[in-house]
Write a protein that binds this ligand. Structure first.
Ligand SMILES: *Cc1c(COP(=O)(O)O)cnc(C)c1O
Length: 397
């Protein structure tokens, strides 16, 4: 069957919740993807910040195959070694104390919100606690995660959400402080806003929020689903600022393609929030998903992947600055490590479509922003290759 026939069939059976690009990827190798016709693409998306290790990593593939032949699923009513091993590694690199494994980023957010509400409930028995979230944030599509997502267009048709959510402005400390009251139980934001347009937290902002959280025993929830797992040049982006959250969420690159996320709690929250019977999941933390996370974390610990992010991230920054100085269509450049964004004065969809034709996979973050989130093994040569194609596409857009 041809690629176009597959696309036609997909449009008959899949719910149309995505405007998909007209390509069916068949396999991948390193930072390259291949479509069903054998055409090769340089990938600067990594399945949206997911496939950190690059495609077809033998060690990772073998770990999954071995686990499949042993056991894929049991239940969270029993212990399994891949989950124990993955949790030990995750606790170590995150400096947090306890892990709950989930199937996705959104499910990790749901758990984080429940832990925060339970913590506050345990203190005063009230059920009207408030959570402060940020405008332009993105935390996922389930009802709780959607309720703290800052884009009103994503929320409108699905109101009412979980309730008692207030929105402040990212990087505007006063806008947060003006919403804090005795009912506030948590403040949630992405250490680097991804979907909303690649806005890293400023040092003053994250430090100021942490200070008010400590003063008033409000929980700081940092969403590291997109910016975590080495992407900023730190294992977790908050480590750049030295501002540790009470609750942290991870997913995307944690399993490098096998669906797994997690929320992690510090000692204070894990001792005073969710207990047996309060929360659960059937698939979350199963042996197959945890074998993936365990191997990913092992490769992170043993390779120089984060060093590569710093070296190539700096190089990408320089090259994108160069593009910005040459094109008056580019109005801003933000980000750190291998999560960067270029903001245009025009919609970027024509650039993405043109790049795809030329064998480069790019993605947007909002209408006018190109987001660069390649596999973390990307090289300087790959950056040069990407810039050359992109430059051509900007001219023609
Ligand atoms: C992608 C994302 C989520 C949601 O993760 P899913 O696995 O799609 O549910 C949550 N938070 C951030 C910051 C994300 O980028």
């Amino acid at each position: 069957m041809s690629m176009q026939q597959h696309i036609d069939e997909a449009e008959k059976v899949l719910l149309h919740t995505y405007n998909r690009y007209p390509v069916v990827f068949d396999h991948g190798d390193g930072v390259y993807l291949y479509d069903e016709d054998g055409k090769k693409y340089l990938d600067f998306v990594a399945g949206i910040s997911v496939f950190a290790l690059g495609y077809n990593n033998k060690e990772y593939n073998d770990a999954l195959k071995n686990q499949i032949d042993k056991i894929i699923h049991t239940s969270n009513y029993y212990y399994n070694v891949p989950a124990i091993e993955a949790a030990k590694k995750l606790v170590k690199v995150s400096e947090m104390d306890r892990v709950f494994f989930t199937n996705s980023g959104a499910e990790a957010i749901e758990g984080a919100l429940k832990a925060a509400r339970k913590y506050a409930f345990n203190k005063d028995g009230r059920t009207d606690h408030e959570i402060i979230a940020m405008e332009h944030s993105f935390h996922g599509r389930t009802m709780g995660a959607l309720s703290v997502t800052g884009n009103p267009k994503y929320r409108e048709a699905f109101e009412p959400g979980i309730g008692n959510i207030k929105f402040a402005k990212m990087n505007d400390l006063n806008s947060v402080l003006s919403l804090v009251n005795e009912k506030t139980c948590a403040i949630i934001f992405e250490t680097v806003q991804g979907e909303g347009g690649i806005y890293p937290a400023t040092k003053e902002f994250i430090e100021g929020v942490k200070k008010v959280c400590e003063e008033k025993d409000i929980l700081l929830i940092l969403d590291e689903v997109q910016c975590g797992m080495g992407r900023t040049g730190y294992m977790f982006a908050w480590q750049k600022y030295g501002v540790k959250p009470d609750i942290m969420t991870v997913a995307k690159a944690l399993g490098c393609g096998v669906p797994i996320g997690a929320f992690l709690l510090n000692e204070k929250v894990s001792k005073n929030s969710l207990v047996a019977g309060d929360h659960g999941t059937t698939y979350g933390g199963n042996p197959l998903a945890c074998a993936a996370a365990n191997k990913v974390l092992e490769i992170f610990a043993q390779s120089n992947i984060i060093k590569n992010v710093n070296v190539v991230g700096d190089y990408l920054y320089e090259k994108l600055e160069g593009l910005k100085s040459k094109s008056d269509k580019i109005i801003a450049h933000r980000g750190l490590g291998l999560i960067q964004g270029l903001e245009f004065s025009v919609p970027v969809a024509p650039i993405i479509n043109e790049a795809l034709k030329k064998g480069l996979v790019l993605i947007n973050a909002g209408t006018n922003i190109l987001r660069f989130v390649p596999p973390l093994i990307v090289s300087k040569e790959n950056v040069d290759e990407m810039i050359a194609i992109l430059e051509d596409c900007i001219d023609k857009a």
